[in-house]
Design a protein around this ligand. Structure first.
Ligand code: SF4
Length: 228
């Protein structure tokens, strides 16, 4: 049985709190039949067709991850293939929708992007014959291919507003991390955030030092996201 879309695979919006209908994921109510999940909201038809073609041509189902997703499509974090990743590593973030950083396609992490927590191949295949996908369109990933995405990930809030406690350098710690059993992921996220901020601070300090000495400011201007 192949479940498609986040509602079928993980309960999706119908199973969101307070879940008045008692909605559950397909694998919870099916027994004796192997279930393959093709999640996302909406599911990418390329991932469904690719999975069915794999079975048709080989007679076997593709390898699955612990969430029953085909690893060929869901084996990599969006963050790892994101065209804005260089800006993340450089500590270059959008702080407000429509600001100057947003206009040159800086990283959306501080705007709540869930690419570091979401496994899907959106950066590689896009949607609608690769016409676009959320991050290319300027909106952060909402984690729609993850379990519990609506309750735990899909909030259009900044990282700071999601924080519990003082946070890390003002960025905050996402309050969903421990609830979804992603402690290791959260630790990794904090680590890369610290790395990104430190890199940005180092660049800024070097730039200030250089200009204070009267030298030219040779910091390269921000670049636009490469066209697909
Ligand atoms: S945080 Fe989001 S926008 Fe930034 S590099 Fe990762 S996936 Fe891309």
């Amino acid at each position: 049985m192949v479940a498609v879309g986040n509602c079928a695979t993980y309960g999706g919006i119908p199973a969101a709190h307070p879940n008045p209908a008692g909605a559950v994921q397909t694998s919870d109510v099916v027994s004796g039949v192997p279930v393959i999940n093709i999640p996302a909201c909406p599911m990418n038809p390329d991932n469904f067709v690719g999975t069915m073609l794999y079975y048709t041509m080989t007679g076997n189902w593709p390898a699955l991850d612990p969430q029953l997703r085909p690893t060929w499509a869901f084996g990599t974090l969006i963050h790892d293939n994101c065209p804005r990743r260089d800006h993340f590593d450089a500590g270059e973030f959008v702080d407000q929708w429509g600001d100057s950083a947003a206009q040159v396609n800086f990283c959306l992490y501080k705007m709540g992007c869930k690419g570091p927590q979401t496994y899907n191949n959106c950066p590689s295949i896009g949607y609608n014959d690769n016409t676009s996908w959320p991050i290319r369109a300027g909106h952060g990933c909402i984690g729609c291919s993850q379990p519990q995405f609506w309750d735990e990930l899909a909030f259009e809030r900044t990282i700071t507003s999601q924080a519990e406690g003082p946070g890390i350098f003002g960025l905050g710690v996402e309050n969903s991390a421990d609830k979804i059993g992603a402690g290791l992921l959260a630790a990794a996220g904090v680590g890369i955030a610290i790395h990104a901020i430190a890199t940005g601070a180092s660049r800024l300090q070097a730039r200030r030092h250089h200009t204070a000495d009267g030298g030219p400011d040779e910091t390269p201007p921000p670049t636009r996201e490469a066209a697909p």
